[in-house]
Design a protein around this ligand. Structure first.
Ligand SMILES: NC(=O)c1ccc[n+]([C@@H]2O[C@H](COP(=O)([O-])OP(=O)(O)OC[C@H]3O[C@@H](n4cnc5c(N)ncnc54)[C@H](O)[C@@H]3O)[C@@H](O)[C@H]2O)c1
Length: 235
């Protein structure tokens, strides 16, 4: 599919869903998991990333978990890129667009998007493990050395879905509703291998579905490339 065709489709669609993943943020400097030079190509103290990013690991080895989490997910100074900005501009111009993201980096909101469904939570929300007291923002995670605790000595954890944890059902329902009502689905920057998130696109029943990705993903209308660069041509 040509960029011009994509532009025309976006112009004529009434309800758009953008379904994205870690690849949307690589042009901002964050690593994805499975792309070239992604986090899955590096182990950490001999642990595999999917092991460190599991709930069992967080509770059994919080020190190493937080070391990894801070290094790779709380990267201060990271800014949105053209992909985030383009989607935010569409919304600002009055397009009915819902972003369903697997990312936890909050970059869509930083770019100005309001209608964002975060399937896997956000680094900007944290809570105490037992008493479930909420802590907004990333400052207490950043400031703490090692494991972050509240003033009563209780561990604070990110409100993100780790391996071994369930997705929030309310969030899933919102995503399903948006997909069912959409007449254009754009899938981008995702390997579509993380479940149950990847299954969600099956709820879409509209005619037009387009993928924009560096590596091939099995969607008929496929545009190969960097999503920020491609969306920049549409801005
Ligand atoms: N930024 C983040 O918040 C972040 C970062 C890493 C992982 N994660 C989490 O890890 C899981 C990983 O699954 P996933 O499918 O999102 O990512 P993934 O790493 O499995 O796949 C990323 C895909 O994006 C493609 N890609 C990379 N850069 C791109 C670019 N600039 N333009 C277009 N395509 C690009 C790659 O080819 C790859 O197919 C997600 O559930 C997410 O929660 C989040």
């Amino acid at each position: 599919m040509e960029i011009e065709e994509l532009k025309n489709l976006i112009d004529k669609s009434r309800k758009i869903v953008f379904f994205g993943g870690a690849g949307v943020s690589t042009e901002s400097g964050l690593k994805d998991f499975r792309g070239n030079k992604g986090l899955y190509s590096e182990s950490f103290y001999d642990y595999k990333p999917e092991e460190v990013l599991s709930s069992t690991f967080l509770y059994n080895n919080p020190k190493v978990f937080y070391e990894y989490y801070r290094k790779n997910f709380i990267t201060k100074g990271i800014k949105p890129n053209d992909a985030h900005y383009y989607l935010a501009e569409l919304e600002k111009k009055g397009k009915d667009i819902t972003i369903i993201t697997q990312n936890i980096d909050g970059l869509h909101q930083l770019a100005g998007s309001k209608n964002v469904i975060e399937l896997h939570g956000s680094i900007y929300r944290n809570y105490t493990v037992n008493t479930k007291r909420n802590f907004e923002g990333i400052d207490h995670i950043l400031k703490a050395e090692g494991i972050p605790y509240d003033e009563n000595g209780e561990m604070i954890r990110p409100d993100v879905t780790l391996y071994g944890e369930m997705l929030n059902q309310e969030v899933l329902n919102k995503a399903i509703k948006a997909l069912r009502n959409a007449d254009l689905l754009i899938v981008g920057g995702t390997s579509l291998t993380v479940y149950p998130a990847a299954n969600l696109i099956n709820y879409y029943s509209g005619e037009e579905m387009i993928a924009i990705n560096r590596d091939y993903i099995p969607i008929r209308n496929f545009i190969k490339g960097n999503i920020g660069e491609i969306f920049k041509q549409l801005r």
